[in-house]
Write a protein that binds this ligand. Structure first.
Ligand code: SF4
Ligand code: SF4
Length: 128
C-alpha cells in the first residue's frame, strides 16, 4: 500500500526513517521525498502486512503516517482525451492507447492532486 509520512519541524533533524527501517526490518520503497530544514513529506510503498509495524515505529518517533487510499477517479463521460493530465502527473498514471484514448493506472497514483487542477473538463477527482 502507499502511505504518506509527514515529519514535523521539531523532528526534521532526527533520522526517523532509517531508524524505523533498521529497528523493524520493514522495507519502505520511497517514491517521492520532499524534505528541507523545516518539514518533510515522503510517499512510500509498504507491504500491506507490514504496515502496522512501520506505522508504530514511525509514529513513536514523531512522524505522522496516513494511508493513501483515495486514488484518482476519472469521469469517462466528461473526459475528452485532451492529454493535459499526462504532462503533469509525476507518477505516469496516464497514457494514451493506440487509438489515442486515455488510459488510467490508478494503482500508481500518489494523490498529489496536480492533474485535477489541470483538467479543463473537471473530469478528475480523488476517490471517496
Ligand atoms: S493525483 Fe497526482 S499522482 Fe495521482 S494521477 Fe493525479 S497527478 Fe498523478
Ligand atoms: S485532462 Fe481531463 S479531459 Fe484531458 S485527458 Fe485528462 S482527464 Fe481527460
Amino acid at each position: 500500500m502507499k502511505i504518506k509520512i509527514s515529519i514535523p519541524t521539531e523532528r526534521i533533524h532526527n533520522p526517523i526513517i532509517s531508524e524505523s527501517i533498521i529497528d523493524t526490518g520493514i522495507m519502505l520503497n520511497i517514491m517521492v521525498a520532499n524534505i528541507d530544514s523545516t518539514y518533510g513529506e515522503l510517499i512510500a510503498d509498504v507491504n500491506d502486512s507490514r504496515f502496522n509495524g512501520i506505522k508504530k515505529a514511525l509514529e513513536s518517533r514523531g512522524a505522522i503516517v496516513a494511508i493513501l487510499d483515495r486514488p484518482i477517479h476519472r469521469d469517462e463521460e466528461e473526459c475528452v482525451d485532451c492529454g493535459a493530465c499526462i504532462s503533469v502527473c509525476p507518477m505516469n498514471v496516464y497514457s494514451f492507447d493506440e487509438t489515442w484514448s486515455l488510459c488510467v493506472d490508478e494503482k500508481k497514483c500518489i494523490q498529489c492532486g496536480m492533474c485535477i487542477k489541470m483538467c479543463p473538463h473537471g473530469a478528475l477527482k480523488l476517490g471517496e
